[in-house]
Write a protein that binds this ligand. Structure first.
Ligand code: HEC
Length: 444
């Protein structure tokens, strides 16, 4: 069963170069190396927990005509329906069934992503284990389930499926089992035209995002590749027209029967893309540090510093290009997400949006609250906090060349982020103190 993915991984690792501090290419240790044992160690991810509860008879998944177990699974895993995203390019496992008239729906929260396609009796779930990274599961809806459910103990079950790694473990997933996002020029049946083909995250300009996805919501004069198929293959970019931009309703594009929401919300898409790469970074950095500690007795100091620097730049949205128009979602996702908190005593939260100049009001990722962050090796967390404080205290701004890159975080931004973290993030080091204008924090 592992043969396909393993070969795929080897093929990719030959062409990719991994150097310390350069998190591109494959994770060199492989999935089975003793510090990781991806396929073997016991799991604590949300689906493993849910499976236990199903097994014990504490939860029963409910089947609905049209959408199968989807609604029930989302409820059991606490994934909001408002997070629905729709992808119609033939890029995923079910490419034969995915097209602009039958898009695949994706739903997510901080640690679970569920993918569903109408007409097939299966659900795919990717969840995050705090140690083992992203774990893949399929829930196969046996046609007899409806009947069998009437027998006690016969339940639809999640099955771990490492065949998913064939696509979810490669250079596009940062060399570890992980999440993929693609943006392609789709033909009228959803087939990707080939290049250009992007792997967007929050650092990508909007013009390169959402090719092969539906996008609902307003974004003023900014352009993106969503809601469109190529009609002139000599000029694929011409697919982007006034009709594919600022689309508020998808009515008439596909039959909505079975879908839980009529949206593929622009704000949800932006959060999703931020999160998918963040998740891969957590896994990769955690694994690099564990492998190094295993080989050398303790993690290599240069590796700790370089991986922390890379992770913190992403965590603090340092390379996010500015928005030039206001973004407005339509599904209710933004309101729901922002209301989740946690909030500080002034009511501020890392989940609040800006959406006029950048994605988040306070640019430090809410993913810092996840078990995946807390599950990083302690040495990695220490190095990450140390780097965060170098940036947030303003210390780094005094470094001539490097400092410029961080100047986009204003004093008010840095101060607010530190204040919010001090009140909401457990285990924050005590040296996160007041950020003052003239302050040159003591070197750590
Ligand atoms: C043929 C390649 C391929 C295989 C095999 C595959 N996937 Fe994916 N999957 C993708 C791509 C590509 C995306 C990104 C969305 C898109 O472009 O369709 C994706 C997206 C997803 C998502 C949404 C989150 C994300 O990473 O964007 C989930 C969840 C998911 N896949 C689960 C699974 C599971 C579980 C399996 C195995 C049962 C699996 N996939 C097998 C290619 C694949």
């Amino acid at each position: 069963m592992m043969r396909g993915p393993a070969l795929f991984a080897i093929a990719l690792s030959v062409s990719a170069v991994t150097a310390f501090g350069d998190l591109e290419g494959m994770f060199q240790g492989g999935l089975n190396q003793p510090a990781i044992e991806y396929g073997k160690r016991p799991l604590k991810d949300p689906v493993a927990e849910l499976s236990r509860r199903i097994e014990e008879g504490k939860v029963q998944l409910q089947f609905e005509p049209g959408s199968g177990y989807l609604r029930s699974v989302l409820r059991a895993l606490n994934v909001p329906v408002e997070s629905q995203l729709l992808v119609f390019s033939k890029t995923n496992k079910f490419e034969r069934f995915t097209n602009p008239h039958n898009p695949r729906a994706i739903y997510f929260n901080d640690s679970v992503t569920v993918a569903w396609i109408r007409g097939l009796p299966s659900l795919e779930v990717a969840t995050q284990d705090p140690q083992q990274g992203v774990i893949f599961y399929a829930l196969n809806e046996n046609p007899l389930d409806q009947m069998l459910r009437t027998f006690p103990g016969r339940q639809t079950r999640f099955r771990r499926d490492d065949r998913c790694l064939f696509c979810h473990h490669g250079v596009l997933t940062l060399g570890v089992p992980g999440m993929t996002v693609r943006s392609v020029f789709p033909e009228s049946d959803g087939s990707p035209m080939g290049r250009p083909d992007y792997s967007p995250d929050h650092r990508s300009p909007l013009e390169q995002r959402w090719g092969g996805w539906y996008v609902t919501g307003k974004h003023g004069s900014m352009r993106h590749m969503g809601n469109a198929v190529v009609t002139n293959s000599d000029k694929p970019e011409s697919m982007v027209t006034a009709a594919s931009l600022n689309v508020e309703s998808l009515a008439g594009k596909f039959d909505p029967e079975g879908y839980l929401s009529p949206h593929s919300d622009i704000v949800a898409l932006m959060v999703f893309e931020h999160q998918m790469y963040m998740v891969n970074l957590f896994t990769r950095v955690g694994w690099e540090i564990r492998a190094s500690a295993h080989a050398e007795g303790k993690p290599d100091a240069d590796l700790l510093r370089d991986t922390a620097n890379e992770l913190v730049d992403y965590l603090l949205f340092i390379d996010e290009p500015p928005l030039t128009s206001k973004i407005q979602g339509a599904s209710g996702f933004s309101e729901k997400f922002a209301a989740m908190g946690p909030r500080d005593s002034q009511g501020r939260s890392l989940r609040q949006f800006d959406l006029e100049h950048r994605l988040m009001r306070y640019p430090c990722s809410y993913m810092i609250y996840t078990e995946a962050f807390d599950g990083l090796p302690p040495e990695a967390r220490q190095a990450i906090y140390k780097r965060m404080w170098q940036i947030l205290s303003g210390q780094i701004l005094s470094e001539k060349e490097k400092g410029k890159k961080y100047a986009r975080l204003s004093l008010a931004d840095r101060r607010a982020i530190v204040e919010i973290l001090r009140e909401t993030k457990k285990d924050l080091p005590a040296y996160f103190t007041l950020v003052t204008p003239g302050r040159r924090a003591r070197a750590l």
